[in-house]
Design a binder for this molecule. Structure first.
Ligand SMILES: Cc1cc2nc3c(=O)[nH]c(=O)nc-3n(C[C@H](O)[C@H](O)[C@H](O)COP(=O)(O)OP(=O)(O)OC[C@H]3O[C@@H](n4cnc5c(N)ncnc54)[C@H](O)[C@@H]3O)c2cc1C
Length: 370
């Protein structure tokens, strides 16, 4: 039974259903609740957090599941500090892109993205779009790299903030349940895996919500979902000489695509001579090598790439696979249009940009609570 007295396992009526309990969905729930809506989140995992969850391996502190970086958006950083009460600090040294022997600031990718956008708009003579893109966070030139902020204790802080918001806003969540299908009529009919039907006025999904079928106006929607298994290896190292870095995107290596030094997130829980590194490895290579041999192979590559030197001990290690499914943006647009905006989509493939695009609406929650 939920707080409104609706029974599960039979048809229940709710104002607004949200798929997933990742941070973007949780903030949306707070926003809808602050507008007086009755909200229900359906989450297929057993806890909130989505991609910003943590993992507990044997012999290692609780640590975030993967290598993460937040792209620069000062308005989004401010909102996260104020609304989620996160304490953010600059990643030091600043994030880099590593290609063969060269390391360049991660921020310089903005120059390429911005240039590509300008050329595309000029080529199609789309001056209106060009004018609008100037105000987007991904339109910027970078000479001196900007500061990349991140929570002091990583995703642990995000998880804590999410739990606080769930309590403060009394957000109703059904865990271990998947939204299987959605169809529209006078209301939206949202079917869960266990056969429960939820009838709602509105539904919100994100770029990473996947539903088996959506039928709108009696026509099924053709959609394209890209499944991605993110595989990360965490290593608790002792006595190795470790290069100073924060987050690096690695190109032209057959095994490793990104690396994070998470030592500062757990420094009170490990010895001074220890480092905690997280390594993102390519899905196919990792699966071919197998979990047992992966650790030794990654250590060899980390040495070759110059991240670690000398001889030391791997005190503990762990591999996790985070399966996710990316929706085709064209399909998401169709969902919005054909549902007459009863289904809304929050773009969430980039965390801070995803926040930035909702700020006009979400800032009203701050005004209401201040
Ligand atoms: C491994 C990984 C690493 C990432 N790293 C970065 C990064 O470094 N920087 C960055 O900006 N962005 C990153 N992203 C993108 C990230 O998804 C978004 O930044 C952000 O987490 C989106 O928030 P969200 O609220 O959409 O939820 P997400 O964190 O994407 O979680 C979606 C949630 O919805 C649930 N769900 C999906 N479908 C259903 C369904 N049918 N029924 C019930 N529950 C469902 C899932 O279980 C999950 O908990 C990463 C994504 C992944 C998967």
């Amino acid at each position: 039974m939920n707080k409104h007295g609706h029974k599960l396992n039979e048809e229940m009526k709710i104002d607004h259903v949200i798929i997933g309990a990742g941070p973007i969905s949780i903030i949306e729930a707070c926003y809808q609740i602050s507008r007086g809506k009755e909200v229900l989140i359906i989450e297929e995992r057993d806890r909130p957090g989505g991609a910003w969850g943590t993992i507990q391996y044997d012999g290692m502190p609780n640590v975030e599941v993967g290598c993460h970086v937040w792209d620069v958006s000062l308005p989004a950083y401010d909102f996260l500090e104020e609304f989620m009460k996160l304490k953010l600090q600059p990643l030091t040294p600043s994030p880099k892109i590593k290609r063969k022997l060269v390391r360049i600031p991660y921020d310089w990718k903005m120059n390429i993205a911005t240039l590509k956008g300008v050329v595309r708009n000029l080529r199609t003579l789309n001056f209106k779009h060009l004018k609008a893109s100037v105000h987007q966070p991904d339109f910027r030139w970078s000479l001196r790299p900007s500061k990349y902020l991140y929570p002091v204790n990583g995703a642990k802080d995000i998880e804590q903030a999410i739990h606080r918001l769930i309590e403060e806003y009394n957000i109703q969540i059904i865990f271990n349940q998947r939204v299987k299908s959605i169809q529209n009529d006078e209301y939206l009919k949202v079917d869960l895996h266990d056969g429960t039907r939820i009838v709602s006025d509105r539904l919100t999904m994100t770029s990473l919500s996947t539903v088996d079928s959506i039928v709108l106006n009696k026509k099924p929607l053709e959609f394209n979902v890209k499944p991605v298994d993110y595989i990360h290896l965490h290593l608790l190292l002792e006595d190795f000489e470790v290069r100073k870095f924060s987050y690096e995107r690695v190109f032209e290596n057959e095994l490793i695509h990104r690396v994070s030094d998470m030592t500062s997130q757990v420094e009170n829980e490990i010895d001074d001579s220890q480092y905690l590194l997280c390594v993102g490895v390519f899905e196919n290579e990792a699966k071919a090598i197998g979990e047992h041999a992966l650790k030794d192979k990654v250590i060899l590559h980390l040495k070759e790439l110059g991240y670690i030197k000398g001889e030391g001990e791997v005190v503990s290690s762990g591999v996790n696979v985070y399966s996710s499914f990316y929706n085709d943006p064209v399909y998401l647009e169709q969902v919005k249009e054909r549902s007459n905006q009863k289904i809304s989509v929050l773009h969430s493939t980039n965390f801070t940009y995803g926040i930035f695009h909702q700020l006009d609406r979400w800032r009203t929650v701050l005004t209401a609570t201040n």
